[in-house]
Each structure stands twice: as structure tokens, then as C-alpha cells.
Ligand binder design. Structure first.
Ligand SMILES: Cc1ncc(C[n+]2csc(CCOP(=O)(O)OP(=O)(O)O)c2C)c(N)n1
Ligand SMILES: [Mg+2]
Length: 357
């Protein structure tokens, strides 16, 4: 018998908004002008919040920070596409969508300032705490998607991760479970080209990260991750599919980390400045502004007002952060378990005694 192909997989790439602000009209999602402006406003707010955090760290007012600069589009697009009932299971660079989903700005700053209270989100905020192990959140995402169905509750689990995280076993285990159980889960990979100092080419021999879905029997798509419309279209399709019981989707958003890995890193030591310059030209924010201006939806005056608003909002988050009373040292034992195990309780009492003596 001759050999014959039994699996042929196609991975599509979606682009709608070009760096010069022009769009493919046929592919443009049906969004109101207000929603389009809302996407832009959200991205500008994210950047202001992010840039301020880096400054605070440089001034010794923040412990550390993982800059999201350049990766605003996938976060704004998913935030708009998600419903209030949906859950966000972030990695550690999703500050933007965490804010958009209701995590208070000063609380998220507190996390990065090394304060345990930074993981205590308001009860009605459907956002998981920040995981530090790379890739562990994917299994939580698959589990949340499965459990929503088991409990007969509405909602979809949206989990984020990086290009590097797709090399972790956890990623594949999560996709496997999600595929088998048709979990109501969306996996969003922010392929920002780098995992600290490891470039995308050295990360995996796979041509795209989206195709990693194929082995697990779930659909995968690659989108221009600096194009907020392309991410939005892919997100809506994936959310609709999950909501109607058709199972999970993997979205690879191709973007770029314009900043350092964290404030403890200096990307200038391993990155070519020309590469950075090329990606700066593809920045998601100016291209959206060009689009809105060309449509008559935005002008210089609105830009000035927005800049002032974003700055004032960020300053208010800093003030709220710095007005927080000093933390209780026992906080380091809290927030992990609903009911604290006896061993932790013992350690907490021990610390209390030491602090008071
Ligand atoms: C299991 C594990 N291995 C290594 C690390 C150290 N580490 C932190 S972030 C990171 C790179 C992650 O890269 P990627 O998944 O592309 O996400 P990005 O930082 O680019 O957003 C590494 C290796 C860790 N936190 N956890
Ligand atoms: Mg990365």
C-alpha cells in the first residue's frame, strides 16, 4: 500500500489593521465607533499604568515589574470580547487585561511592590492570582473551563501565556485535557519573541506556536498581535465556539515585548537595537490612533484629554498604593488556602510571637 497523508493541518494568520492605520474593510469586525475608541483608550491607559510602574521601580517605590509595553492589543481585544461571567487566568504580564477585568490598579501595584494584599482581589472579580511558575496557569485554565461545564455554570475560561511557556509540559498537559474534555477554555499565547534572553527561534523548532494545537485536536490560529481588530475577531470566534460547547481554541498573538523582561533585566545586552526599532514601527497604539483619526473618530484635542485622564488615573492608583496601611506580617500565610492548614497556622503564630517580642 502506498503511504497516504491522513492528517493535513492548515494554520491561518489573520491581519486586519496595518501599521499605517489602513484596514482590510472586508475583515473589520462590526464594532461601534464607541467600542473602537474604547479599545484605543484602554490601550493608552494600560501603557500609562505600565510606564509608571517602571518609573516607580527605578525610584525604589516598587519591588519589581514585568513591563507589558507593546503587548496592549491582545489584552484590550480580549477584554472587550469577554463577558462578565468569563474568567481570566493570567500569567504575569497581563496587567492590562487584569485592570480591564476589574482588578483595582493599586491592588495590582501592591502585588509587585511585594505586598501579599496584592493577590486579594474583590470577590466579584473573576481573575485568578498571578502565577510565577512559567506555564502553570494553563492547567488552571483547562480546569476552570471543565469545571464551569460540570457545575452547569455559564462562562468561559481565558488563559494567557508566553511563547516560552509553550515549551513547558504543563502547556501540553493542559491542551490535552482541554481537547479531550472539550473544555470551555481559550489559550491566548502572547508570542512576544523572547523568553527573557531566549529568542523565539531558539525556543522551538515549530514554525508557529498556533500549530501546537493540532496535536491536541483543537483549533489554532495565528493573529497579528499588534492589531487589536485581528485579535478581537479571533477572540470572538473562540469565545463563541467555547460558549456553544464546541471546545477550546489556541490563539497565537504575534507581538513584541518593547521593554525589558522585568525591571531586573537589561534587554540591551542581548537584543539587536534594529530589531527593537522594527517592532516600534509596528506599535499597536499609534496604528490604532491613525485608524481612528482617518475615520474622524479621534483628534488631537481628544488625545490631550485622554493623556491627562490616563495620567490622573495612574497617579490616583499610586496614591492609593502608598496610602495603604503597613501590612500585617501574618499576611504571608494568607490567601493560599480557604482554610489555613494547621502547619501554616503554627508558623503564623510563631512569627507573630517573634514580631511582638
Ligand atoms: C517553571 C519556571 N521556569 C523558569 C522560570 C523563570 N522565568 C520567568 S519568566 C521566564 C520566561 C518566560 O517567557 P515567556 O513564556 O515567553 O513569557 P514572557 O516573559 O515573554 O511574557 C522564565 C524562564 C519560572 N518562573 N518558572
Ligand atoms: Mg515571551
Amino acid at each position: 500500500m502506498p503511504r497516504k497523508p491522513i492528517v493535513t493541518a492548515t494554520i491561518e494568520r489573520l491581519e486586519i489593521l496595518s501599521p499605517d492605520g489602513s484596514v482590510d474593510e472586508a475583515l473589520l469586525p462590526e464594532l461601534s465607533g464607541e467600542d473602537m475608541v474604547g479599545l484605543y483608550r484602554e490601550m493608552v491607559r494600560m501603557r500609562a499604568y505600565d510606564e509608571k510602574a517602571v518609573k516607580l521601580q527605578r525610584q525604589g517605590r516598587m519591588g519589581t515589574w514585568a513591563p507589558l509595553k507593546g503587548q496592549e492589543a491582545p489584552q484590550a481585544a480580549l477584554a472587550l470580547a469577554m463577558e462578565p461571567e468569563d474568567w481570566l487566568i493570567p500569567a504575569f504580564r497581563e496587567h492590562g487585561i487584569m485592570l480591564a477585568r476589574g482588578v483595582p490598579g493599586h491592588v495590582l501595584y501592591a502585588y509587585w511592590a511585594g505586598d501579599e494584599r496584592g493577590s486579594a482581589f474583590p470577590e466579584d472579580v473573576r481573575v485568578f492570582p498571578i502565577p510565577v511558575p512559567v506555564g502553570s496557569q494553563f492547567a488552571h485554565g483547562a480546569g476552570v473551563g471543565m469545571s464551569l461545564a460540570l457545575r452547569g455554570e455559564p462562562g468561559v475560561a481565558v488563559t494567557f501565556g508566553g511563547d516560552g511557556a509553550t515549551s513547558e509540559g504543563d502547556f501540553h498537559e493542559a491542551l490535552n485535557f482541554a481537547g479531550v474534555f472539550r473544555a470551555r477554555t481559550i489559550f491566548v499565547i502572547q508570542n512576544n519573541q523572547w523568553a527573557i534572553s531566549v529568542p523565539r527561534e531558539k525556543q522551538t523548532a515549530a514554525e508557529t506556536l498556533a500549530q501546537k494545537a493540532v496535536a491536541h485536536g483543537i483549533p489554532g490560529i495565528q493573529v497579528d498581535g499588534n492589531d487589536v481588530f485581528a485579535v478581537h475577531v479571533a477572540a470572538r470566534e473562540a469565545l463563541d465556539r467555547a460558549r456553544s460547547g464546541e471546545g477550546p481554541t489556541l490563539i497565537e498573538a504575534v507581538t513584541y515585548r518593547l521593554g525589558d523582561h522585568t525591571t531586573a533585566d537589561d534587554a540591551g545586552r542581548y537584543r539587536d537595537p534594529e530589531e527593537l526599532a522594527r517592532w516600534q514601527e509596528r506599535d499597536p497604539i499609534p496604528r490604532m490612533r491613525r485608524f481612528l483619526e482617518a475615520r474622524g473618530l479621534w483628534d488631537e484635542q481628544q488625545e490631550l484629554v485622554l493623556t491627562d485622564e490616563a495620567t490622573a488615573w495612574v497617579e490616583a492608583q499610586v496614591e492609593a498604593l502608598e496610602a495603604m496601611p503597613a501590612p500585617d506580617p501574618a499576611d504571608i500565610f494568607r490567601y493560599m488556602y480557604a482554610e489555613m492548614p494547621a502547619s501554616l497556622r503554627e508558623q503564623m503564630e510563631e512569627l507573630r510571637e517573634e514580631v511582638s517580642s
